[in-house]
Design a protein. Structure first.
Lengths: 346, 657
């Protein structure tokens, strides 16, 4: 098992490396927006920093054949500077070097000039995380309970109602759900704030501000869990060992709790664990509709403002989250049910 | 099977519990042959033989919800083709006279889906006893109620007073602070000049108070701007500020007496752009003790004690009419002006197409006269408005001529102010009826939404088809050959599948643009992985079967084995996967469009929703109709796909329900 875990981690690392390299090269190939995006003094500091980090070249005269000039400036000592982008392959190796040696993922240009891209991400991460933690805490028990209820009352009106609702809510795109939630509860009824309350709002409004994001984040996963638990439970309920348990003299409740549920949870637990990895990633749609300053909203902002360093780190975060979730899902199968040997030979 | 010797026991004989003496002797005569013919044949089936397809259809039609979903899907598909053809309204050309018409199915007055709209908190014009006639057609207003309480308005209204200016936050260029400054005048320090700025303190609780500073700006003789600080550091002291401008300026530059283009600039600190911070200003008053009237007018022109009045004030420089005396590079709003409000029901169709007062030129009137709809005399005896006679009441657009104006010297042209039926003026027989309403540029949403649906469906089907073919080939090769080929191909899909789709979409869009082809390509890049995984599993399942081995022994080639023997068995599962991919693709496209990275130049459901997402409060129907359509599409596609899967592959039934 240990060997398998190590192998999976190494493979994930290699995959992540290749993905991030490809992404970086594709992003670096984009035409950089040169010129003024801030005060001259901060721009000067930015380009000097770029030269130090190995992303730009600084010349005293105008150069030919080095592509478009990024920016030119005469500093306070009267020295002229002309900055040019380095070749992509240089950028790529310097980028790796900076990450490995200094954990430096580049500088932001638009969102907060000269701030490190990593610090911007770390600043935005907590909001996305809180929201996701709350929604996981709510959606997991709720989804499991609804699933158990539907599974035990199979083919009754309760089951049909729950299954139909799950079917409907799983099909409706999340932005439609969010839009309608805001329209009904914020605009028509006026109970909830119409967008994410800012830091200075009173505490009761802040708490109310959590309701729409948490509900809309939970919708999908509640439906997912309900469907999953119901399917598993239905399968277990018709198995022979449950019949044996009943013939041994266990009551129906005892048989369900001691045998059916325990076995039904084998495939469910890993997906819950994997969901906890997803806590880190914000929901892009929700955050941009509701104006939540998390990393999903940051992604859209960075993309629209063409702040490619921040975009790159954000992409890295999302990639790592999806890879890690996959690994946790695979590994936890083995831990929870020793009969399952992931990656074992025939 | 042949049955030659069918015997039937004539009488029931059980020997076990009989005693020795009672033993019955059974001879051959006790038995009788039932069938004496040589052969007995299997009977022919009385039912008709069924094929796999027929059987699937039968199973499918038993699933009620899937059948309903299929009908809905069919109707949507039909609408997406038929509606854009039948509906003749032009959605590419703006029609400014019919913007924001509410959806209308029933006649006005029924209260539901009737093209009316409830307005509340609208400024009331006490003179005409109606809402502002400039914004609303009075003939379309009904149920008018005047709100007895004092109401507040956050935008300029002719009928409001008071309020304050809320100002701050520079959105687009973050690295600069926001300022609010008056238009320049020439300041003379030989007379006393004072300035009073009153901030609004009480309302600060809901607005982040912004740190501010106040500068005095002026131009020197070369036109270069200089500044003298009145309040130096950014601070948050919102008490009344009084400045003796002359004294301050004389202290700063004792030799200067006149300041060209002098301005007072209130600068708000915008360095933290994550905060929406503002200052609220109730009044700004310049005072001078000069006796020169022209000078006094210039200096006191920017004064305001009534923010609403200031915002609405306009003045003239040369031929340009400027809107007010204060300019800003940040957000500047009027806040909480006081007014009397009213609420009413407004028939948007009557408002846009009903009787309106408008100016009609001579040519139009002559055309109406030529058509025999009405009669009118422009000049001569008994001419003018009183000469207007309606001849055809069912067709004449004009109901009443109010006045006539003449222009031109040698050739006189006439313009008539009339009351007209606007729909007749537009050349229509009756007021149009828009089922889904119209949007901000007067587009018919019914046509626009179904055109969008058509684009979305087209994208979904094309992308799914490409993904299906490519994924099938990839999965078939990977699954059939196995071994190292499989390993290498699997690692490739691992890497590609590890990329979040949003990253792939983003990168394709910023590299290649936002056209239909790029969207299809970007969605295909990762879309095929699902099909390939299913195909691979199916191939692993079937390639070891005996019939494949038998065929191989007979010398069948790989191609033949794949396409003739394995694929037909695996097809059911793969096809349902491909069908379920279509809603997924539509969903992805809508999502990315909703985030503002959508198709350019074409409407898809996502693009429509995205372009209208800011109108949720004001015109919610613009979002509700496309949302309902997309939800309906997704639900019915999923139900249809699940039904198809259960029908084609009954062993999987109930897996995902």
């Amino acid at each position: 098992m240990g060997k398998y875990v190590l192998k999976r981690l190494a493979l994930a690392f290699i995959t992540a490396f290749i993905i991030l390299s490809l992404t970086y090269i594709l992003v670096a190939a984009l035409p950089i927006i040169g010129g003024g995006f801030g005060k001259e003094s901060s721009m000067f500091a930015y380009y000097q920093d770029q030269v130090k980090l190995g992303y730009a070249l600084d010349f005293a005269t105008r150069q030919e054949g080095l592509g478009t000039e990024l920016w030119s400036f005469v500093d306070t000592n009267g020295i002229s500077h002309y900055w040019y982008k380095r070749p992509i392959i240089d950028l790529y190796f310097n980028w790796i070097k900076n990450i490995v040696t200094k954990w430096d993922w580049g500088r932001s240009t638009q969102i907060k000039l000269n701030a490190s891209a990593m610090s911007i991400i770390l600043q935005r991460l907590p909001v996305s995380m809180y929201l996701n933690i709350i929604s996981v805490i709510i959606s997991v028990p709720l989804g499991i309970l609804l699933g158990i209820w539907a599974g035990l009352k199979k083919n009754t009106w309760i089951d049909h109602t729950i299954s139909t609702l799950v079917m409907i809510f799983i099909s409706i795109p999340s932005f439609v759900v969010i839009t309608f939630l805001i329209w009904i509860f914020s605009y028509q009824l006026g109970w909830l704030p119409t967008q994410w309350p800012s830091a200075i709002m009173p505490n009761d409004i802040k708490v109310l501000g959590y309701i729409i994001p948490v509900v809309s984040l939970s919708f999908g996963s509640v439906c997912g869990y309900t469907r999953f638990v119901r399917a598993e439970l239905c399968e277990v309920m018709s198995s022979e060992y449950l019949l044996l348990a009943r013939t041994k003299g266990l009551t129906k409740n005892q048989a369900i709790v001691r045998h059916a549920l325990r076995n039904a949870f084998v495939p469910i637990l890993p997906s819950i664990l994997a969901e906890f990895i997803g806590i880190l990633g914000g929901s892009m749609i929700l955050e941009s509709i509701y104006g939540i300053p998390g990393i999903g909203f940051l992604y859209i902002t960075a993309l629209n403002m063409k702040d490619y360093s921040v975009l790159m780190v954000d992409m890295a975060v999302f990639t790592m989250i999806s890879l890690m979730a996959g690994i946790v899902l695979d590994l936890s199968y083995g831990f929870i049910d020793p009969r399952i040997r992931m990656g074992a030979k025939k | 099977m042949k049955k030659n010797n069918d015997f039937q026991l004539k009488e029931k004989v059980t020997q076990s519990h009989l005693t020795e003496e009672e033993k019955v002797v059974v001879t051959d005569q006790d038995f009788q042959l039932v069938n004496t013919s040589d052969y007995s044949h299997d009977q022919k089936f009385e039912t008709k033989p069924t094929t796999f397809l027929k059987d699937s259809v039968k199973r499918f039609s038993k699933n009620k919800s899937s059948v309903v979903a299929t009908y809905i899907l069919g109707i949507l598909l039909l609408c997406s083709v038929v509606v854009p053809i039948i509906d003749r309204s032009d959605v590419n050309k703006p029609s400014p006279y019919q913007i924001y018409l509410e959806p209308k199915l029933f006649d006005a007055g029924t209260g539901f889906w009737d093209g009316t709209r409830e307005y509340t908190n609208i400024a009331y014009d006490p003179v005409n006893e109606c809402p502002d006639p400039a914004d609303f057609n009075i003939n379309a207003v009904s149920n008018l109620k005047v709100n007895p309480e004092v109401s507040f308005v956050n935008s300029y209204s002719k009928f409001a007073t008071g309020g304050y200016i809320k100002f701050g936050r520079k959105a687009d260029d973050i690295n600069e602070d926001a300022y609010l400054e008056n238009i320049g005048f020439q300041l003379d320090t030989s007379v006393s000049n004072t300035l009073q700025i009153v901030f609004h303190e009480e309302e600060m609780e809901y607005v982040q108070p912004a740190p501010y500073r106040i500068d005095f700006l002026y131009d020197d003789e070369f036109g270069t701007e200089h500044s003298i600080p009145l309040v130096e550091e950014y601070n948050q002291n919102y008490t009344v500020r009084n400045f003796d401008l002359s004294a301050i300026l004389l202290a700063a530059e004792p030799l200067k007496t006149t300041y060209e283009n002098s301005k007072v600039s209130i600068v708000v600190d915008c360095s933290d752009k994550t905060l929406d911070s503002y200052v609220l200003i109730t009044s700004i008053v310049f005072e001078t003790d000069s006796t020169d009237e022209e000078y006094v007018t210039a200096v006191t022109a920017p004064n305001f004690t009534d923010a609403n009045e200031m915002v609405g004030r306009s003045y003239k420089i040369g031929n340009d009419i400027q809107t007010n005396y204060w300019s800003s590079n940040g957000d500047k709003y009027l806040y909480k002006a006081v007014m009397t409000a009213c609420s009413f029901t407004y028939d948007t169709y009557a408002g846009a197409y009903g009787i309106k007062e408008m100016v009609i030129d001579e040519i139009t009137m002559k055309e109406y006269r030529r058509n025999g709809w009405c009669d009118y005399k422009f000049n001569g005896p008994d001419s003018g408005p009183s000469s207007f006679v309606i001849l055809d009441a069912d067709k004449c657009p004009i109901t009443e001529v109010i006045s006539q104006t003449e222009s031109g010297v040698s050739i006189v042209t006439y313009n008539l102010t009339c009351k007209v039926y606007f729909y007749r003026y537009q050349g229509l027989d009756s007021t149009p009826r828009y089922l889904f309403g119209t949007d901000k540029s007067g587009r018919d949403m019914l046509k626009y939404v179904f055109e969008g649906l058509r684009t979305s469906l087209l994208l979904g089907i094309i992308t799914s088809a490409i993904c299906f073919i490519f994924g099938l080939c990839w999965g078939a090769i990977s699954g059939y050959f196995g071994g190292n080929v499989d390993l290498a191909m699997e690692r490739f899909t691992d890497i590609l599948g590890g990329l979040p789709w949003i990253v792939i979409m983003t990168l394709s869009i910023i590299h290649l643009g936002q056209s239909f082809a790029v969207f299809a390509l970007a969605l295909c890049l990762t879309g095929w992985i699902g099909t390939s995984a299913t195909t691979r599993t199916q191939f692993y399942r079937f390639k070891g079967r005996e019939y494949v081995l038998a065929s191989r022994t007979l010398g069948a080639s790989d191609i033949r084995l794949i396409f003739k023997h394995i694929l037909p068995n695996a097809m059911g599962t793969i096809i349902t996967g491909a069908v379920l991919m279509i809603p997924g693709v539509i969903f992805s496209e809508a999502t990315i469009s909703y985030l503002g990275l959508g198709l350019k130049g074409m409407s898809s459901l996502g693009v429509i929703l995205s372009s209208n997402q800011n109108e949720l409060l004001s015109h919610s129907y613009l979002l509700i109709f496309p949302s309902v359509i997309i939800a309906l599409l997704e639900i019915s596609f999923n139900l249809f796909g699940n039904g198809l899967r259960d029908a084609i592959n009954p062993t999987l039934k109930g897996e995902d329900e």
